[in-house]
Design a protein. Structure first.
Ligand SMILES: Nc1ncnc2c1ncn2[C@@H]1O[C@H](COP(=O)(O)OP(=O)(O)OP(=O)(O)O)[C@@H](O)[C@H]1O
Length: 255
């Protein structure tokens, strides 16, 4: 049974149809990326999956006992409220020290437990939000533009960590991203949304599809070239001399 099965989903907000005819199945351990222009309904779909919104039509079936972890775009911190990372991870309910430490390690920041939230960089904050989602031991991890505001290096590092999380925990990942050229090597499948599913498939197939190009314009060709370049570079990495040349050109995207 799939982790999640969505058929002909329709979501209406404020009297307006935001999503229509959405079909989506998620299997264990898949990484699926949702792309789409602003206002295309990506966050609405995630919010419907976690149960924060009720569909107006169609079917949404979660596998019985499914646990979902959710990583939002950013963490809003009250500057008048000092709080350590460990304390934050113990809200709203207390966790064992081992569970907190394991979640921080899985998020790639085992050293952050005693730090003040306010002292963290944007990238570190996102890792803490990832750790908080991992505390739930999710079968499915949802990320809503979790790298917004991070630079190239921070974004690439974050997605590398996501791949590690999938490898180590086996959870499926559904993530919203505007940076298809960055996430495409991480994604098994891409779904392009514009209130309905415009196209879907492997990252390369979606990037090359007319529907995607109509939405995102001519820059998509550059993204595909970038992706191919990165793949070539990975193959070159087998040769130490070529790997050094590759590293000099690296934008910090590949593993
Ligand atoms: N509570 C609401 N009531 C009415 N309309 C809403 C509500 N929430 C969202 N919308 C509308 O639904 C549409 C889709 O919003 P959503 O946030 O899902 O898009 P998105 O693809 O995630 O956009 P972005 O890339 O800008 O984050 C938008 O036009 C938005 O204005």
């Amino acid at each position: 049974m799939p982790l999640l099965s969505i058929d002909d989903l329709r979501v209406v907000l404020g009297g307006q149809t935001i999503l229509e005819g959405i079909d989506l199945k998620l299997e264990c351990g898949e990484i699926v990326t949702l792309v789409g222009p602003n206002g295309s309904g990506k966050s609405t779909l995630l919010r419907t999956i976690i149960g924060a919104l009720t569909p107006a039509g169609g079917r949404l079936v979660r596998r019985p006992g499914l646990t979902i972890g959710y990583v939002p775009q950013r963490l809003a911190i009250d500057p008048t409220l000092p709080m350590t990372v460990t304390r934050f991870l113990n809200l709203p309910r207390r966790r064992s020290r081992e569970a907190v430490q394991q979640a921080l390690a899985q998020a790639g920041v085992p050293e952050l437990g005693s730090q003040q939230l306010l002292s963290l960089s944007g990238g570190q904050r996102q890792r803490v939000l990832l750790a908080r989602a991992l505390l739930e031991k999710p079968d499915l991890l949802l990320l809503d533009e979790a790298t917004q505001g991070l630079d190239h290096r921070g974004t690439a590092d974050f997605y590398r960590q996501i791949e590690r999380v999938r490898r180590e925990t086996g959870c499926a990942i559904l993530m919203v991203s505007h940076e298809l050229h960055v996430v495409m090597r991480t994604s098994d499948r891409v779904i392009c949304l514009d209130r309905h599913v415009c196209c879907q498939g492997t990252p390369e197939r979606v990037l090359a599809s007319p529907a995607y190009q109509a939405l995102f314009g001519p820059d998509t060709a550059d993204a595909l070239a970038f992706y191919r370049h990165e793949h070539l570079r990975e193959k070159d990495a087998a040769s130490p001399a070529l790997a050094q040349v590759g590293a000099a050109h690296s934008l910090g995207v590949s593993a």
